[in-house]
Ligand binder design. Structure first.
Ligand code: ZN
Length: 349
């Protein structure tokens, strides 16, 4: 299978995961008791956020990482270690749980204000409003998690190239990662690279940018940027994706100027980062930016056609919520299973 095919397949899988995650978020929202939500404690909200994203991780995480691993191999990074996969998981989960928790706090405060105006009664229309807000919040967080996983892994593998180039084996990167249990893998790897001089301009390991364009590829006018090792990036390539395609730089330069989805990129500054680009450890990349719009359309159609069923709710293996029953705070810390989704055939390089 060619690199082009692997990158197309990953784009399709990522979009599928995004759409299914969004739908799971909407289905879970329908199961939430709105009175329970308005009166929930902070701990209840934290449990809720974790439970929902754990459900999505359970459903889609392995497929997302398996597809991302195939991509990593095709991009010349080798097979990701179990530790690298773990850290990609933790990192993606942590940022999305925190974001979801903040949104839930805000939604609860708004709902409490509305209920107070109505003598504490949660009217039917307020209940519907709460369910709609929860559906949006759950869906956003679940989509974020599904699409962050492959990006986290690509970023971690890219950072690892810098450390390898400076003579440190992947083992060193792994142990640095292990040192920051719960911390940010990318920060840890970048820190390690800096400590051993890998990112001081001496690295021989290079990375080549591959732009995958869909309807949201970014390109802006901007000054030429000089990287830390002295390479002049053409106009626009400093802050946007389109002009970056095919540019090969020392890993340290990319880490400094921004890996795919960096907050400084134009696409990140306008809305939730949807950058589809990757960096490759092999310079043998497609000659022009890849148009993955057709792959995205396929993934979307497959995600929308997937049969989903969340009626099967368990607490420690015991069924606690009958069909149609809503879930209250004391039951939020439960496992809701998606019982109907069929795991798709995985792409193997
Ligand atoms: Zn991009």
């Amino acid at each position: 299978m060619s690199l082009h095919d692997v990158l197309s397949a990953e784009a399709e899988q990522s979009e599928y995961a995004r759409v299914v995650a969004k739908r799971i978020g909407e289905l879970v929202a329908e199961r939430i008791n709105t009175d329970g939500f308005v009166n929930a404690s902070d701990d209840d909200l934290r449990n809720m956020a974790l439970t929902i994203l754990a459900l999505v991780m359970n459903e889609l995480g392995d497929e997302a990482l398996s597809s991302a691993s195939d991509t990593a191999k095709a991009l010349g990074f080798g097979k990701p270690s179990a530790k690298a996969l773990d850290h990609a998981r933790t990192s993606a989960l942590k940022s999305n749980v925190n974001r979801l928790y903040s949104k839930l706090e805000e939604a609860r405060a708004n709902a409490q204000k509305s209920a107070e105006k109505n003598d504490g009664v949660i009217s039917a229309s307020l209940g519907l409003g709460i369910t709609a807000v929860l559906a949006g919040a759950f869906s956003d967080a679940a989509q974020g998690l599904a699409t962050d996983l492959p990006v986290e892994l690509n970023g971690a593998m890219a950072a690892g190239v810098g450390t390898k180039a400076a003579g440190a084996a992947a083992v060193a990167a792994d142990s640095a990662a292990a040192d920051v249990a719960g911390g940010d893998l990318l920060d840890a790897l970048v820190g390690l690279g800096a400590a051993i001089g890998g990112f001081a301009g001496t690295a021989t390991g290079t990375l080549t940018w591959i732009t995958r364009s869909d309807d949201s590829v970014c390109q802006e006018e901007g000054p030429a940027v000089t990287t830390p090792s002295g390479v002049v990036m053409p106009e626009g390539a400093g802050t946007s994706c389109e002009g970056r395609h095919g540019i090969t730089l020392p890993a340290a330069d990319w880490i400094s100027e921004g890996l795919p989805r960096d907050a400084r990129l134009l696409c990140s500054r306008y809305n939730r980062p949807r950058c589809r680009c990757v960096v490759s450890a092999t310079a043998d990349v497609p000659t022009s930016p890849m148009n993955i719009a057709p792959d995205i359309a396929l993934g979307k159609a497959r995600g929308e056609a997937e049969a989903l069923d969340l009626t099967d709710a368990h607490l420690n293996g015991f069924s606690v919520a009958a069909t149609g029953e809503k879930v209250s705070p004391d039951l939020w810390n439960l496992t809701i299973r998606v019982s109907k989704r069929a795991a798709p055939a995985l792409v193997t390089a």
